[in-house]
Write a protein that binds this ligand. Structure first.
Ligand code: PLP
Length: 428
């Protein structure tokens, strides 16, 4: 089939706009009439810096990212960020503890007096915690990585949706049950769980700053819903996302971090201090200070992937005068069409997550028509594929059907799927 005949609902990598790909195909051969392709130009060239700086500016514009945030491009995917967020924010926590405990600090190497260092060690042993709100497979993996790196005793599961829901994801535990640590190095959540179809509908109240303006260090994985809705960036210390769903091609990961968490305000402690405290030391390419102070060019970055992301952002900015809010209206409309079609046929379909936490991006459901779900779902997928509706199979760990309604799926794509959902049910 041709591209035009397919509406691809896969969870990522996702569809890219055809005109962006056509431009990129040309740019791969000869970028801007330079005789060299975009993937062949040096990452140290002016061309590369311009691409990086424009992508940063356009992302900041589309998402209203304030000036006191830095935007970094990294490699290593969302999975790399599970480790990087833990490493870096524990580092910041240590720097802040040294400020509290040491009478003076000369530099990042300074280990204080023996008594001071002992107090620091006691703080690490007794008080260091990394808080995770586990609402699906991805936040679970992030918390497992933190436990692997820092030890299980350092990881506090603030809430576990699986525990409160009979062993299955599909809810967000009520905030009144959350058990946040005092002074955690970070509080982590995944704003949209790609596998389980669970999305935070708004910023959690319990993570908001108090009347003194001070709040927890909030980290959010927005890999699968970034650029699909307005985000109040100020409420977060750090947001990260892989490019491969709503931003661009697989190969870069974006970190939006408050500058106050970086040097010179909060430099990372030296490797010697971390080693002496018995804490793991981040690989240099995962250290945000290093990445940020080199404008994401500490080592060779895939400029091609930044270029693609930049082209997608330019298209988004040209399409939506009111930026993320404009895309949000369309995302919401698409999701409503599909959920309405499913809800209209309760004897044929069952949406997996609870209604109040349904994701607008990853719509997860079962086909319960007849007495064999597997047969019904295979039939659903076969008929959908015949109509050009592809990539609808659920994640291998949970099964079922998943429609990933990322930004590059047009409203007409959602209309087509909603119609098929209704037709399939009516043919029962
Ligand atoms: N976080 C979320 C929400 C995801 O959906 C994914 C992948 O699909 C990841 C993290 C992991 O990303 P990666 O495969 O780039 O490491």
């Amino acid at each position: 089939p041709s591209r035009e005949e397919i509406t691809y609902w896969g969870a990522g990598p996702a569809l890219l706009p055809t005109d962006v790909l056509e431009g990129a195909a040309q740019a791969l051969v000869n970028f801007d009439n330079t005789g060299l392709g975009i993937a062949e130009h040096s990452h140290r060239s002016q061309i590369a810096s311009t691409i990086i700086n424009e992508a940063k500016a356009d992302l900041a514009s589309f998402l209203d990212i304030p000036d006191d945030y830095e935007i970094c491009f990294l490699q290593g995917g969302g999975t790399g960020e599970f480790a990087a967020t833990a490493y870096n924010l524990v580092g910041s926590w240590i720097t802040n503890k040294r400020r509290e405990i040491f009478s003076q600090i000369k530099d990042n190497e300074d280990q204080g007096t023996p008594e001071e260092f002992q107090k620091l060690q006691a703080a690490v042993d007794n008080d260091l915690k990394l808080d995770y709100i586990v609402t699906g497979g991805w936040s679970q993996k992030a918390s497992a990585e933190a436990a692997r790196l820092f030890g299980k005793d350092k990881v506090n599961i603030v809430a576990s949706a699986k525990q409160s829901n009979g062993g299955k994801f599909g809810t967000i535990p009520d905030e009144s049950t959350w058990k946040l640590s005092k002074d955690a190095a970070l509080v982590y959540f995944c704003s949209n769980e790609t596998v389980d179809g669970v999305e935070f509908q708004e910023f959690p109240q319990s993570l908001a700053p108090g009347p003194d303006g001070k709040g927890p260090i909030v980290v959010a994985d927005m890999s699968s819903n970034i650029l699909s809705r307005k985000v109040d960036v100020k409420k977060y210390s750090l947001i990260f996302f892989g490019a491969q769903k709503n931003l661009g091609s697989t190969g870069i990961t974006v970190v939006v971090i408050k500058k106050s968490l970086l040097a010179p305000q909060t430099p990372q402690p030296s490797a010697d201090i971390m080693r002496r405290l018995g804490l793991p030391i981040p690989p240099i390419f995962l250290q945000y200070d290093t990445v940020a102070s080199n404008n994401s060019l500490y080592n060779t970055l895939s400029i091609f992937d930044v270029y693609i992301a930049g082209q997608v952002l330019k298209k988004l900015l040209a399409t939506y005068p009111d930026k993320a809010s404009g895309q949000e209206a369309v995302s919401t409309q698409k999701a409503r069409l599909i959920y309405d079609a499913l809800d209209s046929h309760p004897s044929v379909y069952r949406v997996v997550p609870e209604k109040s936490v349904r994701s607008r991006m990853n719509i997860c459901f079962r086909v319960t028509k007849g007495d064999n779900v597997d047969v019904a779902e295979a039939d659903f997928l076969k008929q959908a594929t015949a109509l050009g509706l592809t990539g609808l199979k659920g994640h291998r760990s949970v099964g079922g059907i998943r429609a990933s309604s990322y930004n590059s799926i047009p409203l007409e794509g959602a209309q087509k799927l909603a119609k098929f959902i209704a037709d399939f049910a009516n043919a029962a």
